[in-house]
Each structure stands twice: as structure tokens, then as C-alpha cells.
Ligand binder design. Sequence first.
Ligand code: GLV
Ligand code: MN
Ligand code: MN
Length: 414
Amino acid sequence: MTADIDINGARLLGRLDQFAEIGATARGGVNRQALTELDREARSLLAGLAATRGFAVFQDPVANLFIRRSGRDDRAPPLLIGSHLDSQPAGGRFDGALGTLSAFEVLESLEDAGIETDRAIEVVAWTNEEGCRFAPGCMGSSAFSARAIPAEWPDFVATDGAVFGDELRETLEALPQAAMRDLGMPVHAYLEVHIEQGPSLEKDDIPIGIVTGIQGTRWLQVNVSGQTAHAGTTALSYRRDPLRAMISALDTLYSTVMPQDESARFTIGRIEVEPGAINAIPALARCTIDIRHPDPLAINRLNVTIEQCFRERAEAQRCEVLFKRSFDMPPATFPEKLLTVLERAAEGTGLATKRMVSGAFHDALFVNRIAPSAMIFVPCRDGLSHNEAEYTAPGHVVSGARLLLQSTIELAKG
Ligand code: GLV
Ligand code: MN
Ligand code: MN
């Protein structure tokens, strides 16, 4: 059973183009990292569009942005729909923006059709989902669900040297028209549309993925320290080379972790050395490690293996190694009741679906801790995401938003 109303596909596709201009890269992608000037520009644009439609705009202390369309019973907890507006440094046009703008399109479509809902519907753009400028990821949704900003966050330093507390304040101040509200609130349910970021829907030629859960992620920061010394005069036996230790550990881990467990994911996204002189042995080698697995025990086991391997190789080079966990996200399972709502709505809309687990993490994982949450995936060309070439066809964009609209109408009932 579906309501006799549709989204405005042309408007949604136009909005995606409009937002993709903010931080557009030469290769057709987007670089709009969290809490930058460009992120503020995207937030302002969305807030302005909301104000034009007469929707109320709020932000909370971690700069989550909310756009509210009132319902008949305005005291009932709202239905929340949305995603994020920040991007990877070499990101695509759809990761995050698709879900946020699809949610906004749902609000506008309801407004255009003059449909009153029992409960309020709020669109949300969560702060710093990506976690690449400031770690951890999902800062906005995790602070929202914990109703607190961890005490250490304000001092966190970004990859570009900016301080989290300063960037957060400037972002909040850049939107004075948004009324301030407290962190966290009762939420009826949360829905998020997202590009799949993997190849599974495209491979099966299915337009919609119903996400049953999200695999776990852990991020480690590894610092190996040795001794900087002259490249020309320091013989092998005198060297304490942290980069050599790191490369030796990584070589072993690359050739064992994923080859031995096809559910495991092991990624080094960043390596830095100090002082970084062509003719000096580094004093310090730093890298990030991203570990993923659907089984939380496997993540613990992998973590132990990784630390042991680094310790051995550091010792062999007379170096020291330190580990810091910057993000830990156990796997999540979405409630069956919501999955059924999505599947029924898809059936009514004539859209084929398949159930799947998300390999990427999402804000829905954190919101699911305080309210039933679920996600709708649309296909991703060649499974390529966190890449400027990320793409989903216009028809898939429209299908995802259409399903979000129908599910929203169902869940907004009193
Ligand atoms: C999200 O951006 C992820 O890295 O899974
Ligand atoms: Mn995303
Ligand atoms: Mn992403």
C-alpha cells in the first residue's frame, strides 16, 4: 500500500548538481571535508532552501543540522531522515549528499502535495561522518546518541592543522539563523538513503538494497619511533629506522590478513614520516589502520595480530611502537520491523529489493542505539566510492527517494 504522491525527480537531480558544485574537483568529484568553509557553504545552502519553504531550522552543539516540518501532534517524537554533507578529500558527489538531499526532497514533496503527517518529520545532516579530516567518523551522530561531546574532542587536530573546537565554533556561528537545541532528543525512527559504495546491487541488477546491518570498524593510529640520522654516513648496524620496521610489518600484514579471511578488510590510508628530509633516516613513522569485519571478535583478534607484528618488527630495528585506537564501532543490526516497512513500501512502489549488510559505516549505526533505524541503498557504478568517479544513475536516485517518501509516510503515522 503506497500513498498517491511522488517526489520531484528533476528537482532532486538538480539539487545534487547544485551541491556537487560546492567543493567540486577537476575530476568531477567533491572535496568538502567536515567543518571547512565549504562544508559551511553547503549547510547554509540547505538551511536557506529550508527557510524558503517555511521549515524550521535547528542546529545542536556538535553542528548537526535539522530541518523540521511539523506534524499534527508536534509533541510526538519526530521521524528523522537524512545523512551527511561532508565528503572525503577525493570524494564522490553522492556519498552523504544523496541521502541528505533525498530526505529534503521528501519534505518538499509532502509540502507540495499539502500532506499533513501525524508526527513531525525532520531532515538531518550529521556532522563529520567521514572522519578523514578529524577522526573519529560519525562525530555528529555518535555525540547525538550519547547526548554528549567527549571532553577530548575540542583539542583534536585535523590533517590540515585546524583545531576541532575552533572549527566547530566557526561552523555554528556561520548559521546564526538556525535555532540552537540540546544534543539528542527522543526519535521515533531514523531512515537513511545511501549509495551502496560496493558492487552488489549493480551485479545483481537490483535497484534497491535493504540494509540489515553494518559491519564493525576499528581505526588505529600507529607511531613507530626510532632515531633520525645521516643518510650517507649511518651504516646499517647503527640505524634505528622506524620506516623500515613499519614497511616490514605492513608487508606481512598485507599478505596475511585479507588473504586468510575474505570477510576481513585491512587498509592503510595514510603514512607520514618525520622529519621528512630526503637525506635523513626518519625519527618517526606514523600510519593509520582501518580494520573491518562483521564479527566483533574477529576485529579483536586482528587487532592483537597487528600489534604483535608491529612490536616484533619495531624491536628488530631497535625502535618503539605506540598504538592509539581512534574509532571503534561494533557491528550493528537494524530492527526487522523497519526492514519490513521498507520492503512493503518497495513492493507497493514496484521496486525489486535485496537484503544486504553494509561494508561501509554510516550514521544510522549510531542512531540505531537510541531509535529504530534502517537504510536504503541504491546501486553504485563499478562499486566505486570514496573516489571522484562515484556514480549512480538518475533512475536509481529517483527510486531511492521515492522509496524514502513512501516509507516516511508510513512511519510518520501516529
Ligand atoms: C564511511 O565513510 C566509511 O569509511 O565506511
Ligand atoms: Mn557516507
Ligand atoms: Mn564516505
